[in-house]
Design a protein. Structure first.
Lengths: 105, 105
DNA sequence: ATATTGTTTCAACGATCATTGAAACATGAA
DNA sequence: TTCATGTTTCAATGATCGTTGAAACAATAT
């Protein structure tokens, strides 16, 4: 992963509603949750949520699937995995020990 | 780590100059680098760099130490470790396998 | 004391971001 | 078709962010 891509992903997650949203989606797993239920659970206005869903989708963190009137959103675990790997390798001295982030050497 | 803290850390890293800065500091290790050398290496104006150093310090990602006229900055690996752990646990389905970010169950 | 070097602070500007309310679009039911 | 529901788009607003230039501060040398 390039630095620019990591910055985009970090920026997408660096917002209270969006991080909470992503956490919720991760908990719920690959089947996803409908936008309306997310909005209700997070206490975010539907249009605001739509904005945040778009932000997360724009950087590839979310997948969506339409089912009738509902649109289900689920995390793209591969992308998130890439981000965590990037941070571990580039910002944690590349250590692979139990404690992933420690000084080099 | 609380959600708010994670958001602050993500926000601090979600900027090109700052992520590059942090990467550089991680590479250089606990001894740190002087602000002037960082500015030169990253091609950032000294006052702009000072702003970014403050942003990273504000959230606890950086430690600094004065030596003569120079101020050396180094990463706080413990804090970064906490962030990576938070993301792995809360945003990666809590998996501890080789692939840290995969769907639950 | 003055000068020089390294770093930070301040004010200002344009750009981007998050939220709001209203309207629009899309799907399915009556 | 008409209606209700789920979701998104649009425009406007206030807030925050990143950069710039000039000035200030701090530590050392002359």
């Amino acid at each position: 992963m390039k630095l620019d891509a990591a910055v985009s992903l970090l920026g997408a997650l660096a917002q209270e509603s969006r991080l909470a949203l992503f956490r919720l989606l991760v908990q719920k797993g690959p089947d996803g949750i409908a936008a309306g239920e997310i909005a209700e659970r997070l206490g975010v206005a539907p249009n605001a949520l739509s904005f945040h869903l778009k932000e997360l989708s724009k950087v590839g963190l979310l997948k969506s699937r339409q089912e009738g009137r509902f649109i289900y959103y689920a995390p793209d675990f591969k992308v998130m995995n890439g981000l965590v790997a990037y941070l571990s390798e580039n910002c944690c001295a590349g250590s692979k020990t139990a404690d992933p982030c420690c000084p080099p050497r």
